[in-house]
Design a protein around this ligand. Structure first.
Ligand code: N01
Length: 582
């Protein structure tokens, strides 16, 4: 929880200081950016709203929060020493362990001294004459920097639907994305959970263990695959670490930026019997790789129907009450919304004190003093958990008044949907960079790998600007337009663009409907970024230097120049625009 104005530590506002770079956010992106900036000898300051590092993992402390990318891969890969010295305890790390890891990184790389906590950046304004950014915070700080780097996260602006009567409810209302640090004890309480996305699916089985009654309000049934989480043995860790660099390299070549066995064969070419065996095997392995059972699952509706049928049969096999089981069976494309990974989610509905309320046709009407009313029925509750997600991808930008050239604000520019070249920078906002911004693979890749690749690219870019004495860098409008068009075009190839998910901003009324992340595959995107570096930042205009044609020195992006895994992303598949994406 953010310290409020009365509890956060006193400090004097900083006015007039000048830095090479200001970084907004001290999650994994902000921390690694700071590390690279320091490595290049740039002065930098990070502002962070929270009282500590970790970003997503600082805020999302709800019961059961854990990562659904395997721990050995959901971690920084820039330091072999770090890889070797850190030991993950479980296949999928729980939130406290990931937060400990973030703190370990902050200490090990001596990052804290340059991070100012409990401070929200409220405005960033480009000064055209001085060619620098003025950054203002809610503590009264006013500092300037040549570069402003947004590392505020893709899923960090909580979505709080404005239900009628919220203020009437007598009990506490929590949001999974801003969970109290002291934890919440639900013992003996009647608890309501709104939402059935990843956060709900992880927290519901744990809350059910404490609550005397649990009522889940479901608007859209969710596809979920068992995690089969387990402890990692010392032998496993030793063997995995012995081969760590190879695993990291294989991961970089994958469409998602993390490695798992992937079957490129089309589901529709397999016999029904073979498909069943394949799905059983993949279900038994569990997790997100289930979607890699066949290569055409996200491209052909008929292929997708086969995996959807299989998963529905699994749900019906687990949930004993047939009416509840049917309500829990999604009728949308399998994996269209972000696939969930659970431990005992569907089984929880077999408990006598757990009830599922369908709010798909008759939405939540209002909160009352004692509960939630749906379709004229009041469900009595002592506490409510909103697992209602986030204003994804652009929500963290919306919270800051970002003003570029000619007084144009980013929110105005993005009114009809975000526009950014490579998801890194946007025309009209010179020297403003975004880490995992809209138009980059971001949330469709393993986040830490997506972050590292962006930061390394930015480090090479900023280093080059210093080498050639450039004052500003900004995308060329035609290149930005072409990239945005490409991002849109590629998205239509995938079935993922067909449903109302947060990927398209459809979870929040009034947001423009645009497929925001780049779905063409992580290595394809990285290749494009590498070409931009090699060509001397093709697609960008550099100002203030007569040396704009000088060949850039590749300092940090070298490790991303891996051969594309031809088995997974064949040129033919790319040419046919059938890039296998998970
Ligand atoms: O949020 P969500 P989340 N009335 O948007 C429902 C990552 N993550 O926090 O689907 C009733 O997925 C909404 O219904 P609908 C991961 O990328 C990762 O769970 O819009 N219901 C939905 O069921 C994930 O995808 C992990 O119809 C309302 C739910 O609230 C992303 O974060 C763990 C409603 C929101 O689901 C977001 O996940 C957790 C309303 N007015 C999160 N408004 C890992 O394991 C919304 N809903 C890594």
């Amino acid at each position: 929880m953010m310290a409020d104005a009365t509890t956060r530590p006193e400090r004097a506002a900083e006015v007039g200081a000048v830095f090479d770079a200001i970084v907004v956010g001290a999650g994994f992106a902000g921390m690694y950016m700071l590390h690279r900036l320091r490595g290049l000898g740039f002065s930098a300051r990070v502002f962070e709203v929270g009282g500590g590092v970790g970003g997503t993992w600082y805020w999302n402390r709800y019961p059961g929060a854990r990562c659904d990318v395997e721990s050995m891969q959901y971690s920084f890969s820039f330091s072999e020493e770090l890889d070797q010295e850190w030991n993950w305890s479980e296949k999928y790390a729980p939130q406290p362990e990931i937060l400990s890891y973030a703190n370990h990184v902050a200490d090990r790389f001596d990052l804290r001294r340059r991070i100012v906590f409990d401070t929200r950046v409220i405005a960033a304004t480009f000064n055209e004459k001085a060619k620098c950014w003025l950054i203002e915070t809610d503590r009264g700080d006013r500092v300037t920097a040549k570069f402003c780097i947004m590392a505020a996260g893709c899923l960090s602006a909580p979505n709080r639907p404005k239900f009628k009567g919220l203020e009437d409810f007598r009990g506490p209302i929590y949001h999974t994305g801003e969970w109290p640090h002291q934890g919440v004890d639900f013992t003996g309480l009647r608890v309501g959970v709104i939402g059935t996305g990843s956060s709900a699916i992880q927290s519901i089985p744990i809350i059910a263990q404490q609550a005397s009654a649990l009522t889940v309000f479901q608007r859209t049934a969710t596809w979920s695959v068992p995690a089969w989480n387990e402890k990692l043995s010392p032998e496993y860790l030793q063997a995995a670490k012995a081969d760590y660099p190879a695993l990291r390299a294989k991961a970089r070549a994958r469409p998602t930026g993390f490695y798992f066995p992937f079957n490129t064969q089309p589901a529709l070419e397999a016999s029904a019997q073979d498909r069943e065996a394949q799905y059983e095997q993949a279900w038994a392995r569990g997790g997100l790789p289930f979607l890699g059972s066949y290569g055409d699952l996200l491209f052909e509706k008929a292929a997708n129907d086969t995996i959807a049928d299989f998963a529905r049969r699994k749900i019906r096999g687990i949930v004993k009450d047939p009416v509840t089981a049917e309500l829990l069976c999604p009728d949308n494309v399998f994996g269209c919304k972000r696939l969930c990974v659970d431990t005992g989610y569907f089984e929880t509905y077999n408990l006598p004190h757990v009830k599922l309320v369908d709010v798909s046709r008759t939405p939540i009407e209002r909160f009352t003093a004692d509960g939630i009313e749906v379709n004229g029925v009041e469900y009595p509750l002592d506490a409510v958990v909103c697992a209602t997600g986030f204003a994804a991808m652009t929500g963290s930008f919306d919270k800051i008044r970002i003003t570029g050239r000619n007084g144009l604000t980013l929110s105005e520019k993005w009114r009809a949907g975000p526009r950014a070249y490579l998801g890194i920078a946007s025309v009209g906002f010179p020297n403003l960079f975004m880490i995992t911004g809209p138009g980059s693979p971001s949330v469709l890749a393993s986040m830490i790998q997506a972050i590292e690749q962006h930061v390394d690219w930015l480090a090479d870019c900023i280093g080059h600007m210093r080498d050639v004495g450039a004052t500003t860098i900004e995308p060329i409008p035609s290149d930005e337009d072409a990239w945005v068009e490409h991002v849109n075009e590629v998205s239509t190839v995938s079935l993922r663009s067909t449903c109302s998910s947060w990927y398209v901003g459809a979870n929040i009324p009034g947001r423009p409907r645009v497929f925001m992340p780049y779905i063409g595959g992580f290595p394809i995107y990285v290749q494009k970024c590498n070409e931009v570096v090699s060509s001397g930042f093709d697609g960008f205009a550099l100002e203030g230097t007569p040396l704009s044609d000088a060949a850039p020195q590749v300092r940090y992006t070298e490790r991303w120049r891996v051969p594309i895994d031809i088995d997974v992303i064949s040129p033919a598949a790319v040419a046919a625009r059938r890039v296998p994406m998970v």
